[in-house]
Design a protein around this ligand. Sequence first.
Ligand code: PLP
Length: 348
Amino acid sequence: MSLFLDVFSMLSYPRRLQLAQLPTPLTLLTRFKVPGVDTEIWVKRDEITGTEVSGNKIRKLEFNLADALEQGCNTVITCGGIQSNHCRATAVMGARLGLKVHLLLRGEKPAAPTGNLLIDYLCGAEVTFIPESDWSVHAERAARLQDSYAATGDRALFIPVGASDEVGLWGYIAACEELKEDFAREGLSPDYLVTATGSGGTQAGLIVGSQIFDLPSEVRAFNVSDDARYFDRKIREDVLLWKKRYNIEIDETALDIQTVEGYLGEAYGIASRDIFDLIAELGKTEGLLLDPVYTGKAFHGMMSELAKGDNGRLPSAKQVVFIHTGGLFGIFPQQNGFDFNEKHASSP
Ligand SMILES: *Cc1c(COP(=O)(O)O)cnc(C)c1O
């Protein structure tokens, strides 16, 4: 059944730093219900991989930052949106490991830093804002920056958006090993692993890892940017690079890549009222906080599919695992999307 099982007995992880609080818990939602649906929803709590470094990116950075140290780098350059959780986790970890961090952020410098950007500054990251119109050449900008660091005797590693490359891929391969133990302990056999997908590395790692560790679950990713075609190509490219770099014999054309479209909404980072209401609902019923950029949209997509008679793109789902990829700090810059002020206004 597995494409990889034979080879995996000969395969081992590359160098890895222990940066995330692992294993994260796997918990069952008990009070939140999708009306008329009895599918069990379990949540892999990767929003508590750390406080300042919370979320999915730190799992990937365990490998990317090990690579930086192994290459003798004293500086890391990475990039993303202004509220990038990945850039924030890199800024925090850089300060902890004594690495300089230089962030290339997409957009104009905001009047006041909030959310993830505030943490970037607090951890001493150097920040360069790149206008949206120049973003297509951000990798060239990063390469020039690497050169200018080299000219002053520094050595800088460039980590691409979201640490979604052949190195970061290991993060969610390793998470699948953890899930295998979770499933054995809890006696679970989930039909699906559900995740938000943005730069593709979490989705890719789950697809490869679930094959390697022979998990019973299929991966369904809800895109919060781009489209299914983009993720299809991106994942095959990254897996091909991974296969070459680590000398792994797999057929990347046979990967089961299932990206569920239709829940992106207006654009990346922009959420409708439904999403804000769902975030508040899960907070109230379960004490679980989703974010408006990633997990809120993916969870909303999962619920909407589960509510379909045949369970839509999650056919016959009895048990699902939602990977809570984090994003907590992303709710603060969007606090005006919630309608508390109306609901919770109390008269003196
Ligand atoms: C980055 C991110 C994702 C998407 O993960 P990718 O590996 O980039 O696809 C999902 N949720 C949160 C909170 C993130 O920060």
